[in-house]
Structures are given as C-alpha cells and as structure tokens.
Write a protein that binds this ligand. Structure first.
Ligand SMILES: Nc1ncnc2c1ncn2[C@@H]1O[C@H](COP(=O)(O)OP(=O)(O)OP(=O)(O)O)[C@@H](O)[C@H]1O
Ligand SMILES: [Mg+2]
Length: 236
C-alpha cells in the first residue's frame, strides 16, 4: 500500500554554515523519537551527515541515509518510498549555495525549512534564498503545488544582543519566520560527536546518576525539534 502520509522536508539555504546539517539531524531525531521511519538524502557533496552516520555506525531500523548526487534521481526515490511505504519522512540536507538543483528539489518537497543564524550575512543570504522561492512561485504553473517556506532562526542564544534582536526584527518583516527557535544548545555539539539526540538521552537515562540528570537537556532539545517539525507539518 502506498504511504499517503509520506512527507518530504528539504533543509535549504544559500548560506554556508547556517545550521542545515545540525537542524536536519535534530529533526530526524525528533521524528525517530516518535517512532517515525526516516529516509535521509544527503545532497551536499561534502556528505557531512552521511559521514557522521557512517563514522558513528548509527544503527537504527527507523533510520536510513543515502547520498543524493543527482537531484534528478530524487523523483524516482521519493516515488519508491511512497509506493512501497518504506518511510514516514524524507529529509534532505543540502549544500549552502545557489543552483538549478534547488528548483528540482523544491518540486518534490512538502516543506522547505531555511535555518538562519542571527548575523547580517545570514539575513542577506536568507533574503536571496527567499527571493529564489518567490521567483519559483512566479514561474510555476501551479504555485499552490509548491512547498511551504519557513525560516527558522538558528543557533539563537538564550539572551539575544540588541544587534541580534534587530536582525530578528528585520527578518520577521521580510519573510515567513517560524515562532519556534532552534536555540544554541551544547547538546547539538554532543550529537555531532556521539549520535542522535534521542539516543544520547536514552543512554544518559540508563547511566550513572550524575549522567542521568543530563538526560533532561537532551529531552528539551528533542522537544524543541519536535515543535519545529509539528509547525512544519501544520503548514503542509
Ligand atoms: N542549535 C545549535 N546549537 C549549537 N551549535 C549549533 C547549532 N546550530 C548550528 N550549530 C553549529 O554551527 C556550525 C554550523 O552548523 P552546520 O554544520 O549544521 O551548518 P551547515 O549549514 O550544515 O553548514 P554547511 O554549509 O557547511 O553544510 C556547526 O559548528 C554547528 O555545530
Ligand atoms: Mg551541512
């Protein structure tokens, strides 16, 4: 039976180092923590996420990752997952640059999420990324069929500086910004060296007492990512 509930989420921004891979990993972790089967395509030639999964030998029946070298292979791969019901979510991590590939990827997606850190460079390049999406809608025969577009403010410190607040204000005035933040958290650094956040939470919980108290921080990171994912799904 085909899986009519399959959702395709693409993590895109023309800005390098904007938190794409970190956000992808957190969203996948959130979906897996709800028992959802995740198929991840790493479309960044650097293969940061695929390398991470291989290096840490991530082994979970809910998780598969594949390199996506040719975006034109995506249609077939999405179709296959849909027809054979092999996944609940497809997440696509991408490279931080503009390219014609982004159009092909967008048409296969249900939602586009654009992480943006609170810097002037990020604001400028996020504006470019939004303009690309606006252009895509203008060119499309059926703009309603295109995915929704959401900027998520990323790596946000617990206390924002005046300059950061000003950048946030400009962002909100220019393009659709989600209410949820992707906060700066040490747990995302731990994930990059240890594994999925929800896996770390479980291992801390079953560990000695002084580690057990840490589990809560990983749970909070998962709750945040789950909330971002839920907001994205509401818009599809
Ligand atoms: N929420 C967060 N909390 C803590 N650190 C973060 C967070 N988001 C991103 N970072 C850090 O910011 C840096 C850039 O993040 P990341 O590698 O995810 O960006 P990217 O957009 O995938 O970069 P690239 O364009 O190179 O693929 C990394 O060191 C990452 O650990
Ligand atoms: Mg990356």
């Amino acid at each position: 039976m085909p899986n009519d509930d399959l959702k395709v989420v693409s993590i895109i921004t023309r800005k390098g180092g904007a938190a794409k891979t970190t956000l992808t990993r957190a969203l996948v972790s959130a979906a897996m923590s709800q028992g959802k089967r995740c198929l991840v395509f790493d479309a960044d030639p650097q293969q940061a996420l695929a390398r991470w999964a291989n290096k840490l030998q991530i082994d979970d029946p809910l998780f598969r990752i594949e390199a996506l070298t040719m975006v034109n292979e995506l249609t077939e791969k999405v179709e296959e997952a849909y027809e054979n019901d092999t996944a609940d979510f497809i997440f696509i991590d991408t490279l931080g640059a503009a390219g014609a590939w982004a159009d092909d990827l967008a048409v296969e997606s249900d939602a586009i999420v654009v992480p943006m850190m609170l810097s002037d460079d990020d604001l400028e390049i996020t504006t470019d990324t939004f303009n690309w999406y606006v252009g895509l809608r203008d060119r499309a025969e059926d703009p309603e069929a295109l995915p929704s577009f959401h900027v998520v403010l990323a790596n946000v410190p617990a206390k924002q500086s005046k300059a950061e607040l000003a950048i946030e204000e400009k962002a909100v005035a220019q393009f659709p910004v989600m209410d949820d933040y992707f906060m700066h958290r040490k747990q995302h650094k731990d994930a990059s060296s240890e594994g999925f956040i929800h896996h770390i939470a479980e291992s801390r919980r079953s560990g000695p007492g002084h580690l057990r108290v840490q589990a809560r921080h990983f749970d909070e990171a998962i709750e945040e990512a789950s909330s971002i994912l839920a907001s994205l799904m509401e818009a599809t």
